[in-house]
Ligand binder design. Structure first.
Ligand code: SAM
Length: 238
């Protein structure tokens, strides 16, 4: 069930609202939810424009420029990456925006009407309020962009999610996901030993997949916090 939003949390329909107003409103909602559910939210602020833009790389770089793409965004939050995805989509492309948090999902549905980039693809975008693996096996995507906070998950959870992504990714399709620089080093100093070990184990699973399927890793320094992105490609014969 979608939670009720206060008027300040509801996306505004005012055409005079500036980009700065929008970002402040997104950030306020994001920070409130991060306090309530830090394990699932896994960040202190929504992704910035540079990170969002870099995550859309394989919407631009397509093998067949005439073939529409089917896109999945997992963990859309307040929609900074969803907006970038929408801005890079071409005619015929479709996107599923998946978000487990009911307040964020409700907010994203509002953005499909009020945000100029998302409204422009509103008939080809759908918000799903569920855990990403609950989307089920009967789907196929060319591009998956994941914002899930793997650093907060157990190794088994990370493996399950990566397996799900690769089960619904078309051969030759791309998965891009991000995390934050130096989280392991910071946790080594401030986190309880158990939490540090849990994160070390989940990062080994990420490393295993990157070693198998990784095609590029980039750093995005102008983001709070600075981030890395791994780009993976599913082999044609997998
Ligand atoms: C680090 S935030 C990223 C939000 C947004 N993409 C951004 O870049 O600002 C992670 C998001 O993933 C959502 N989430 C966590 N686990 C999830 C799951 N298993 N399935 C779908 N969404 C999930 C959280 O509610 C949160 O909104």
């Amino acid at each position: 069930m979608a939670a009720t939003q206060s008027p300040s949390e509801r996306p505004s329909e005012s055409p005079s609202e500036s980009g700065l107003d929008t970002r402040l409103r997104d950030t306020a909602l994001f920070v409130r939810q991060a306090f309530r559910t830090f394990r699932a939210t896994g960040a202190v602020a929504p992704s910035g424009p540079a990170l969002a833009h870099s995550l859309t790389r394989f919407i631009d770089e397509r093998e067949d420029p005439d073939a529409p793409l089917s896109i999945l965004e997992a963990g859309a939050g307040t929609g900074p990456v969803s907006r970038a995805i929408a801005a890079h989509m071409r005619p015929g492309d479709t996107v599923d925006l998946v978000e487990s948090n009911a307040e964020f999902a409700d907010y994203l549905r509002g953005l499909l009407d009020t945000d100029p980039d998302l409204a422009a693809v509103g008939d080809r975008a759908k918000v799903h309020q569920c855990l990403v693996h609950e989307m089920g096996p009967d789907r196929r995507y060319d591009v998956i962009i994941s914002g899930l906070p793997f650093a907060n998950f157990t190794a088994e959870e990370v493996r399950g999610i990566l397996e799900y992504y690769f089960s619904v990714l078309r051969p030759g399709g791309h998965l891009s996901f991000f995390g934050y620089l130096y989280t392991k080093q910071v946790k080594a100093v401030i986190a309880p030993r158990e939490d540090y070990l849990r994160q070390a184990r989940s990062s080994w699973v990420v490393e295993e997949w990157v070693n198998r399927y990784g095609i590029d890793t980039v750093r995005v320094l102008p983001n709070l916090p600075p981030a890395w992105i791994h780009h993976l490609r599913k082999p044609l014969d997998d």
